[in-house]
Design a protein around this ligand. Structure first.
Ligand code: ASP
Length: 329
């Protein structure tokens, strides 16, 4: 081992020991200043909206502001890398989802974080179904829309929030299931992508209901189908893809609040309790239900409980997504 490496290792060990030793004291005063919450996608999209609803309520319990910072780009990997490398002191948290913390394992050859070992889950923030939406004027029924995509695949384009994002993952599976290949348009989040779909800049997108319901209900985009096995009460007229014959396509997107690994247990517990309080608040529950977010149960909200779900989803989805194609550096 050469000398600089040895010194760096020693400094690292001392820093970690200092942080561990300071753990109980730090945790008692925690939180002593505002907490940054990295949302790895653009403002106004579903991850952002969900994060703001929940963290505003958590701020009340914690007695400190939680400030959302949008760090979009590269399918969320830029923001998530920053979150993974942040000091494990409870002051920089990250909102991850099925894209950043599962799909990216399958799609990035050189992913610079390990979604399972670089983070400690604080609490799940809910699961949100996805909806296939198209620009106004597209063929409206599922069979017509599928025929349209099959017939015009060289001319059409679809939007997503970067390789590995939820919208990209769902589209990969949609194209694999329909045997189509369509040009993509990448955004830093589906908030800006939705603006462009409303303006008719591209043809379709599959995104979380949270980002789509209002536009479908307002008629600014055309709702085609939902990706879950059951129809959604918020848009009962929309069929499921499954009932239209496109099966094996049960996609819903979880979002989870993470801390960097090494965050002291009392801080994780404090944050988890604040998240559980937010999820138990009737006003938050009403708002999330309007947005078709399935609220986590008390058992799912227990600190650490998310790890098993995460591991199961990595095992279930990574091979499927790899098989569906596309890789990034
Ligand atoms: N819905 C996006 C995704 O496809 C992310 C976002 O903008 O919240 O992953």
């Amino acid at each position: 081992m050469n000398q600089p490496t040895t010194r760096r290792a020693l400094v690292g060990a001392f820093a970690a020991a200092a942080l561990l030793g300071a753990g109980p004291a730090l945790a008692q005063q925690y939180p002593a200043r505002p907490i940054t919450v990295i949302v790895p996608f653009a403002a106004g999209g579903p991850t952002d909206v969900l994060a703001r609803i929940v963290t505003q309520r958590m701020s009340r319990s914690l007695g400190q502001t939680m400030v959302v910072e949008n760090v979009g780009g590269a399918g969320g990997t830029i923001g998530v890398v920053r979150g993974a490398r942040a000091a494990p002191d409870g002051y920089t948290l990250t909102v991850g989802h099925l894209g950043t913390h599962v799909s990216n394992i399958a799609l990035y050859r050189r992913l610079q974080y390990d979604p399972q070992t670089d983070f400690e889950p604080i609490a799940p923030l809910g699961v949100n179904p996805m909806i296939l939406v198209a620009k106004r004027g597209a063929p409206a029924t599922v069979p017509e829309f599928l025929a349209h995509v099959r017939a015009n695949q060289e001319r059409l384009s679809y939007g997503h929030a970067g390789i590995g994002s939820a919208s990209h993952t769902a589209a990969l599976m949609f194209h694999a299931a329909t045997g189509t290949k369509v040009q993509d348009v990448a955004y830093r989040g589906t908030g800006p992508a939705m603006n462009d779909l409303v303006a008719g800049q591209f043809d379709y997108m599959i995104d979380q209901a949270l980002n789509v319901l209002q536009q479908v209900q307002g008629g600014t985009v055309l709702g085609i189908a939902v990706t879950t096995p059951e129809r959604l009460p918020q848009v009962p007229n929309l069929p499921t893809l499954a009932e239209s014959g496109l099966t094996g396509f049960d996609v819903a997107i979880w979002n989870t609040l993470f801390a960097p690994k090494g965050t002291p247990q009392p801080i994780l517990e404090r944050l988890n309790a604040a998240a559980a309080e937010a999820m138990a608040d009737p006003a938050i529950r009403t708002r999330l239900t309007e947005l078709a977010v399935q609220i986590p149960s008390e058992a799912e909200l227990k600190l650490g409980a998310f790890k098993a779900r995460h591991a199961a989803d990595v095992a279930r989805w990574v091979p499927v997504i790899r098989a569906a194609g596309a890789t990034a550096e």
